[in-house]
Design a protein around this ligand. Structure first.
Ligand code: C2E
Ligand code: CA
Ligand code: CA
Length: 402
């Protein structure tokens, strides 16, 4: 499916007017239509809001918002075009930025040298094709709010558990509860397909309650079986602030005889900062009762540092986008290293999410990160598979070599 060159919308983002003109000229010489031009990141974002952009040629070093910040903003705005990184920077830096773009879910087509040869530009531009249909979204007809309401009533939404282990000793410390929809005909549905729908349709509170009930029941069983595992539960910060989840959590822990010290609540959004007084009241109350509070996906939000400095968190979770193969990537490594130092100074426990290989595990252990959660240790699984996983981990996990 080839789109004629003259129909492809290109945007050149380059602060140097001469280089911008050269790129624009080269693009036209290759038979593409005259590109849009922006001299900085802000102008590029504005143009993207006003026009369709299929391919962006993006300089990395620009005053004000640099190329990296622009990529992050593009990712947040849902930009779906192709991106060509134009830079005279060293290979390893551009490679790190390319990975960062992928980690942000962007389509990075490749790297263009400066000055660029016409052949290289032609190859990169030609590698763009209209994107295949995005993965089925929460708005799929079968995942309607009414279906979700029924699923909750029928008990089809269940927690799966992903192990969290000590990076120092390999010891199994706890689990994170992750929602799964066991659909009678469609099979297992991932939370990305129904959590946003729950948030939009006012079902997030019933959904959270349903997961709290079930996972606290499992936690009580583990405790009774002599294995007091820590349990992490994801909560939408909005429902924590607006809803009655705080009281519910306290009451349910009492009822089940589970000490809140074993429970960590994971939250992401910046809703807390918007309503700081009320948030501080709720979060302090939860802390007073012994619950742990974790800032999830650290490094991806706008106000994460602000949240961290003002709110009584006990744990910081490094986002998968930074963790994955960080040992091969200087940019990710730098982010992780400085975040770990920051967390340590603030007395926060650190959890790395998305550890998929031994290299990443070793690197994080060296840097003194406390806990690992990722496919390398174990994938999310139903509660009854945890003992089998644990036996296997004891036999084959990295602590065997320790
Ligand atoms: P999250 O809280 O950041 O959860 C971690 C996600 O990363 C999980 O995806 C997990 O399966 C995945 N993951 C963990 N280790 C690895 C790894 O090594 N490699 C890769 N590729 N992925 C890994 P999952 O279960 O699909 O959950 C996605 C998101 O849905 C969660 O992200 C969380 O934001 C949300 N979510 C899940 N359950 C709940 C819930 O009960 N309530 C709320 N409010 N949100 C939930
Ligand atoms: Ca989480
Ligand atoms: Ca996370």
């Amino acid at each position: 499916m080839n789109t004629p060159r003259a129909e492809i919308a290109i945007l050149v983002v380059e602060d140097n007017p001469f280089q911008r003109k050269v790129l624009s000229h080269q693009t036209r010489a290759l038979g593409y239509r005259a590109p849009l031009e922006a001299g900085d990141g802000e102008a590029a974002l504005t143009l993207c809001q006003q026009h369709r952009v299929d391919i962006m040629l993006c300089d990395l070093r620009m005053p004000g918002m640099d190329g990296m910040a622009l990529l992050r903003r593009l990712s947040l705005s849902g930009f779906r075009g192709g991106i060509i990184l134009a830079s005279a920077l060293k290979d390893d830096v551009v490679e790190a930025v390319r990975r960062m773009g992928h980690a942000y879910g962007l389509r990075v087509l490749g790297r263009l040298d400066k000055p660029a040869s016409l052949g290289q530009l032609a190859g990169l531009l030609a590698s763009w094709g209209p994107q295949e249909a995005p993965p089925a979204a929460a708005s799929d007809p079968f995942v309607a709010a009414e279906d979700l309401r029924l699923a909750l009533a029928r008990g089809e939404i269940v927690p799966w558990y992903q192990p969290k282990v000590s990076l120092r000793t390999g010891e199994w410390l706890g689990v994170e509860a992750l929602a799964r929809w066991q659909h009678p005909t469609l099979g297992l549905i991932a939370p990305a397909r129904f959590i946003p729908l729950a948030e939009e349709s006012g079902l997030i509170d019933p959904l959270s309650e349903c997961l709290i009930e079930q996972s606290l029941g499992d936690a009580a069983n583990w405790h009774q079986a002599g294995r007091p595992l820590r349990l992490a539960i994801n909560l939408s910060s909005h429902s924590l602030i607006e809803g009655r989840l705080c009281d519910l959590l306290i009451a349910r822990c009492q009822l089940r005889g589970v000490t809140p010290k074993l429970i960590t609540l994971e939250v992401t959004e910046s809703a807390f900062v918007r309503d700081l007084g009320h948030s501080l009241e709720l979060l302090s109350r939860l802390r007073m009762h012994g619950f742990g509070l974790s800032i999830d996906d650290f490094g991806t939000g706008y106000s994460s540092l602000q949240q961290l400095s003002q709110l009584p968190f006990t744990e910081l979770k490094l986002d998968r986008g930074f963790v994955d193969r960080c040992h091969q990537d200087p940019v990710r490594l730098a982010i992780i290293e400085s975040t770990l130092i920051l967390a340590r100074k603030m007395g926060l426990r650190t959890v790395a999410e998305g550890v998929e290989d031994k290299g990443t595990w070793d690197q994080l252990a060296r840097l003194g990160c406390d806990e690992c959660q990722g496919y390398y240790a174990g994938r999310p699984m139903p509660a009854d598979q945890l003992p089998g996983w644990h036996a296997d981990w004891l036999a084959n996990g990295p602590d065997r070599q320790a």
